[in-house]
Design a protein. Sequence first.
Length: 94
Amino acid sequence: MAVCWVKAGWCGHEAVIDANKKDSNTIVFSLETSCPYTTEMHKHFKEINIAEELTSRITETQTYKRASQFIPCVGCPIPSTILKTVEVLSGSYH
């Protein structure tokens, strides 16, 4: 299990990402936030394939593909925080 908190910046929104391994290849996560854009993104994006996400170019990750559909702010740190959570749960950091 990994829990990350992020304060997004000038918008003032905060988010808590709570992630767990569903199996050896998949992470499921919840996203609690005051941001309506990331809330909408999370309705369509709750599971991540670890290997695909961590071996893709940044623009090809499911995280950034979904973010580009819902989040209008180019500087939003929530997508990168989701990816960092994936890295932690994958064991990339010890």
